[in-house]
Ligand binder design. Structure first.
Ligand SMILES: Nc1ncnc2c1ncn2[C@@H]1O[C@H](COP(=O)(O)OP(=O)(O)O)[C@@H](O)[C@H]1O
Ligand SMILES: Nc1ccn([C@@H]2O[C@H](COP(=O)(O)OP(=O)(O)O)[C@@H](O)[C@H]2O)c(=O)n1
Length: 211
C-alpha cells in the first residue's frame, strides 16, 4: 500500500505522514530532504542553484547526508525550491523515491509531487494545506523553541516566494492530484489533523477497487 501526502511548506504534511506511518505501520520518506540535500551540496561547493548543471552535479550525495541537521534551515529550504525547478534534478531523484514507494509491504512519502508524478497510482492521496499566516506562525514558533529570533514578515515573504516557485514551475508543479482529498489544517490541532487524515485514508482505501 502506498500513501501519498503532498502540500506546501509548513502545512503539516511531515507531521501527518509520520503519524500515518505509526498508525499503519509503514516506513515514511520525507522527499523534501532529497531536494534540501541537493541545495546544501550546491551551497557547499560554491555552485549556483539556478544553474542546471551545478544543481545536477550536486545530486550525487550519499544517504548519510539526509541526517544532517543543516538540511532543516529555512535558507536550505529556499535553495531546495530553487534546485527543484530543474527537470534533470527531479529526474535524478525519481528512482530513489520510486524504489522507496514500491518496497514490499508499502510506504508513505510526503512532498510536492508524490501523487502527481512519483506514485500517481498510490492507494491513498492527501493534499495538506493551511493559510500562509498559520504556516508562517508555525515556522515562527519552531524558531523560537530552538532559541532563534525570527522575523514574522520575512517568514511570510519566504513562504509566499516558495509557494509561488513551487506552484508555477514547468516540471511537477505543486497541485492537488486527481483523486486526492484536501485537508486544511489551519484551524486543527495536530491530533485533530491526524485523526482527519486517518479517516480520509481509510475512506479512500475502502473505495479502492477490489482485486
Ligand atoms: N495541525 C497543526 N497544528 C499546529 N501545529 C502544527 C500542525 N501541524 C504541524 N504543526 C507544526 O508545524 C510545524 C511544521 O510542520 P511540518 O509537519 O514539519 O510541516 P511540513 O512538513 O508541511 O513542512 C511543526 O513544528 C509542527 O509541529
Ligand atoms: N517532492 C518534492 C519535495 C520537495 N520539493 C522541493 O523542495 C523544497 C523543500 O521541500 P520540503 O518538503 O523540505 O519543505 P517544507 O515543506 O518542509 O518547508 C520545496 O519547496 C520544493 O521546491 C519538491 O520539489 N518536490
Amino acid at each position: 500500500m502506498i500513501i501519498a501526502v503532498d502540500g506546501p511548506a509548513a502545512s503539516g504534511k511531515g507531521t501527518i505522514a509520520k503519524a500515518l506511518g505509526r498508525h499503519y505501520g509503514l516506513p515514511v520518506l520525507d522527499t523534501g530532504l532529497l531536494y534540501r540535500a541537493v541545495g546544501l551540496a550546491v551551497l557547499k561547493t560554491g555552485g549556483d542553484p539556478d544553474h542546471e548543471a551545478d544543481a545536477l552535479a550536486a545530486c550525487a550525495f550519499k544517504d548519510g547526508v539526509l541526517a544532517d541537521p543543516a538540511l532543516r534551515s529555512e535558507a536550505v529550504g529556499s535553495l531546495a525550491s530553487r534546485v527543484s525547478i530543474h527537470q534533470s534534478v527531479r529526474q535524478a531523484l525519481v528512482k530513489r523515491q520510486r524504489d522507496f514507494a514500491t518496497q514490499p509491504g508499502g510506504a508513505i512519502l510526503d512532498g510536492r509531487d508524490i501523487a502527481t508524478v512519483i506514485a500517481p497510482d498510490a492507494d491513498a492521496k492527501i493534499f495538506v494545506t493551511a493559510s500562509v499566516h498559520v504556516r508562517a506562525q508555525r515556522r515562527y514558533d519552531d524558531a523560537i523553541s530552538h532559541g532563534g529570533h525570527p522575523d514574522m514578515d520575512s517568514l511570510i515573504a519566504d513562504i509566499q516566494a516558495r509557494d509561488t516557485r513551487d506552484m508555477s514551475r514547468d516540471h511537477a508543479p505543486l497541485r492537488v492530484a486527481d483523486g486526492a482529498d484536501l485537508l486544511d489544517t489551519s484551524n486543527l490541532t495536530i491530533d485533530a489533523a491526524v485523526q482527519q487524515a486517518i479517516a480520509l485514508v481509510d475512506a479512500q482505501l475502502e473505495r479502492r477497487p477490489q482485486a
